[in-house]
Design a protein around this ligand. Structure first.
Ligand SMILES: *Cc1c(COP(=O)(O)O)cnc(C)c1O
Length: 487
């Protein structure tokens, strides 16, 4: 607007039309700390002309809303681009919605939550602006480059067209009953696990068995992603093994990686708890190969490329309603890992694609999370009712994992037994139940391998090529240009 008005000398109406026609807003998260609000006092000093223009945009917008709708003043103040109290701030999401011709979420559930909850009043005003484009990942990086052995096996059977035309990967589904092929399939997974085991041995000196389930939870650390729920399950398994040394556990290696924001105290503390639990579990002779826990440092794309091809189980266990899409979930399924997950983000659409019998779903639904919170959620009810859960919480509180630093994990206990905003205790029982199902299924090697193959075969929807084409068609209104390439 500033360039068009001040430098190109256009009228307000001409400039506004070009601006709205040009910009589209993709929302990537519903967590409030990510919906930016910029202080007006700083804006005034640094960008005074822009601030004038924003005030004018807001004035025009609110005037039109008042003319066309009969919102209360309370709703009008929520719609305003300027937040008045406690201090004046510019709501960047509101500015984006008003100024763009399109607003989209990044998975079907997320786009619906934007319409029904987060931006509901805007949706009333601009119903046609709101769209969905489910995220995707590039198959070139996440299988062709990261998993060359699996890529070669696929190309041996169906040719290599699938690398350019990702939807053709579905053709490997015809080998789902081919015992010999499934053997080759599982051998590649085993080999990738061997490579990761060597890396873990050389970096951390820890021996992990490639016969164990590689149970992988790698992503940024945030309470809503619930790495802590996974830790509660790890301690549960530890207790079962300790209680009954002949307990017939399916061996597991639980792998974590991920960074926490520098000032996010409790997320850092959860990372520390993982290290502390790993210290106890990995050095207990009773446990042996039945359970190992490892935190791999310095998570980033290069590490993800190493770990994902070696994963058996993909942990996608966010509190329902909070993971906009997730893309890690897609990378794992593409590489033949089975998902244990909640009905959140793109997990819902992954289930639709691979089939309910080829994914492990548990936990509250997004609307159940909201209902339970509204009706007065009390985590203590679960603590009182579920003995295995109570024991795990008591162990963390009782410094079993922190003998040298008593009390250090108290903030985690206070969070779980206080509001437990992310409802770990409410989902614990169902999570453990489905993890037991995972362990049983893993023992049926033919069944697991077939499920693994079907995940890879049916994941083509989550190609970024498909996502980009949808942006081009439905949001940018552009058509592909044919380019001649010399071969
Ligand atoms: C894919 C990816 C993510 C996103 O993972 P989610 O599980 O969807 O949160 C984050 N970081 C890296 C390095 C990734 O490769």
């Amino acid at each position: 607007m500033r360039i068009l008005l001040d430098e190109a000398g256009l009228s307000w109406d001409e400039a506004w039309k070009i601006t709205q026609g040009t910009f589209a807003y993709t929302n990537h998260t519903v967590v409030p700390e990510a919906l930016e609000e910029w202080s007006v006092s700083i804006f005034e000093e640094l960008l005074p002309r822009h601030l004038q223009i924003i005030y004018e945009i807001n004035f025009n917008f609110l005037k039109e809303v008042r003319e066309k709708f009969s919102f209360s003043e309370e709703v009008i103040s929520k719609l305003s681009i300027i937040r008045d109290s406690p201090d004046k701030r510019i709501r960047m999401a509101n500015l984006a919605i008003v100024s763009c011709h399109s607003v989209n979420g990044v998975a079907a559930l997320h786009s619906n939550i934007l319409k029904q909850l987060i931006f509901n009043d805007f949706y009333t005003i601009f119903p046609k602006k709101f769209k969905n484009v489910t995220n995707g990942i590039t198959f070139r990086r996440w299988i062709r480059h990261a998993n060359p052995l699996l890529s070669s096996l696929i190309s041996d059977r169906i040719g290599d067209d699938w690398i350019l035309h990702n939807e053709k990967i579905v053709e490997i589904e015809k080998f789902a009953e081919d015992h010999e092929f499934l053997n080759d399939w599982s051998h590649i997974k085993w080999f990738n696990k061997q490579l990761l085991a060597k890396f873990i041995k050389s970096e951390y000196g820890l021996n992990v068995s490639t016969d164990s389930i590689f149970d992988v939870h790698i992503k940024r650390f945030h309470e809503y992603k619930r790495q802590l729920l996974n830790v509660l399950h790890v301690i549960t398994l530890y207790n079962r093994i300790k209680e009954n040394p002949r307990y017939d556990a399916t061996p597991r290696t639980v792998i974590f990686a991920g960074k926490a924001a520098p000032a996010y105290h409790i997320a850092k503390l959860i990372i520390k708890l993982i290290h502390s639990v790993a210290d106890v579990v990995n050095n207990d002779p009773v446990v042996g190969d039945k359970l190992k826990v490892i935190f791999i440092a310095n998570y980033g794309v290069s590490l993800a490329e190493r770990i994902i091809p070696a994963a058996d189980l993909s942990e996608q266990i966010s509190t329902a309603g909070l993971e906009a899409s997730g893309t890690g979930n897609m990378k794992f399924a593409l590489n033949g890992a089975l998902t244990i997950g909640t009905m959140d983000g793109a997990n819902i659409e992954i289930r639709e694609e691979v089939g309910d019998e080829n994914i492990f779903i548990f936990g509250l639904l997004a609307d159940e999370v909201l209902e339970l919170r509204a009706s007065g959620y009390n985590p203590r009810d679960y603590y009182d009712r579920i003995p295995e859960l109570r024991r795990v919480i008591n162990m963390i509180a009782g410094n079993i994992f922190s003998p040298a630093e008593p009390g250090i994990f108290q903030p985690i206990i206070d969070s779980l037994m206080g509001s437990d905003y992310y409802m770990l205790l409410a989902d614990y029982e169902d999570y453990v139940r489905v993890q037991d199902e995972v362990a049983l299924t893993y023992r049926d090697r033919d069944k697991w391998n077939k499920m693994s193959l079907l995940n890879t075969a049916r994941i083509a929807k989550f190609s970024s090529d498909r996502a980009i084409m949808e942006y081009a068609k439905n949001i940018w209104n552009i058509k592909p240009v044919k380019v001649k390439v010399d071969k």
